[in-house]
Ligand binder design. Structure first.
Ligand code: PYL
Ligand code: MG
Length: 259
């Protein structure tokens, strides 16, 4: 999994405000209302403990502070533990956290200690970004393109298939495609069909995965991907709305998933 860098998290607030206004414009709903709708619950007075984890590549300098900013922006009480790892885990529990947030290089989880719900950033990110794509007000059909069937892409494709969307997907890994076709009933995207989509959910760690043969004149691309899969010239040539943000959207979905 591509790891965030401190630069990715710079100016998180303005990046989030930009994407929040685009989400409202293209879907007609606020991000928190979309989360309420898909998870069926609203935020209460949950207290969130953020535990810095030193495993693997170690601490990302502004990762925990970015999480605290997100939690407080959602109107919840949050704190970053003084200690890291197991001592931090113990500290968070002692301080009465209801929800724990912690990430190593492989998994970023939210764990609700009160009712044992756990969600990964992959699942919650796939769910929310695919949901945003599926709510495009100017969509010309119920067909939606999913680019990338890794842990994030598969979670999004599963969410869309369960909602009854006509899901087409592409991934260079044939076994990922066959698994998704078999388990989710999605169709393989074939460029020879010259099908053009107005709703695209992209979840790959690569740039330039979206080409102009895939997208309709009016199109929404929803992606957590770093780097962005939409080439700048394609975004200019077509009227493409892009929802892309490094952390806030995914973490908001994680919190609603475990409350
Ligand atoms: C959650 C992000 C989304 C994309 N890649 C994921 C990532 O960068 N994971 C690593 C997070 C490491 C956090 C570090 C700390 O500061 O606690 N262990
Ligand atoms: Mg995100």
């Amino acid at each position: 999994m591509a790891l965030l860098t401190p630069e990715d998290l710079d100016s998180l607030s303005s990046k989030f405000e930009d994407s929040e206004s685009i989400i409202e414009r293209v879907t007609g709903s606020k991000l928190t209302d979309i989360c309420k709708d898909i998870y069926g619950k609203d935020l209460g007075s949950e207290k969130v403990g953020i535990i810095p984890i030193t495993a693997g590549n170690g601490i990302i300098s502004n990762f925990s502070s970015s999480l605290l900013f997100i939690i407080q922006r959602l109107g919840l009480e949050g704190f970053i533990t003084q200690h890291t790892d197991v001592a931090g885990y113990h500290e968070a529990i002692s301080e009465g956290a209801d929800i724990l947030l912690m990430a190593d290089d492989h998994l970023f989880i939210a764990h609700n200690l009160k009712d044992e719900k756990v969600v990964t950033n992959h699942e919650a990110t796939g769910t929310i970004y695919s949901e945003i794509a599926s709510r495009f007000k100017d969509a010309d059909s119920s067909e939606i393109l999913v680019i990338g069937l890794g842990r994030v892409g598969y979670a999004g494709a599963k969410h869309l298939a369960e909602k009854g969307f006509n899901v087409y997907a592409c991934d260079p890994n044939r076994s990922f495609l066959e698994k998704a076709a078999h388990e989710l009933g999605i169709k393989e995207y074939c460029k020879e069909d010259r099908k053009k989509f107005s709703m695209v959910f992209e979840a790959t760690p690569n740039a330039n995965t979206i080409n102009e043969g895939m997208i309709a004149e009016r199109c929404l691309v929803s992606t957590p991907g770093i780097p962005c899969g939409l080439p700048e010239e394609v975004g200019k040539k077509f009227r493409v709305d892009l929802v892309m943000e490094p952390l806030f959207i995914g973490v908001t979905s994680m919190i609603y998933a475990v409350i």
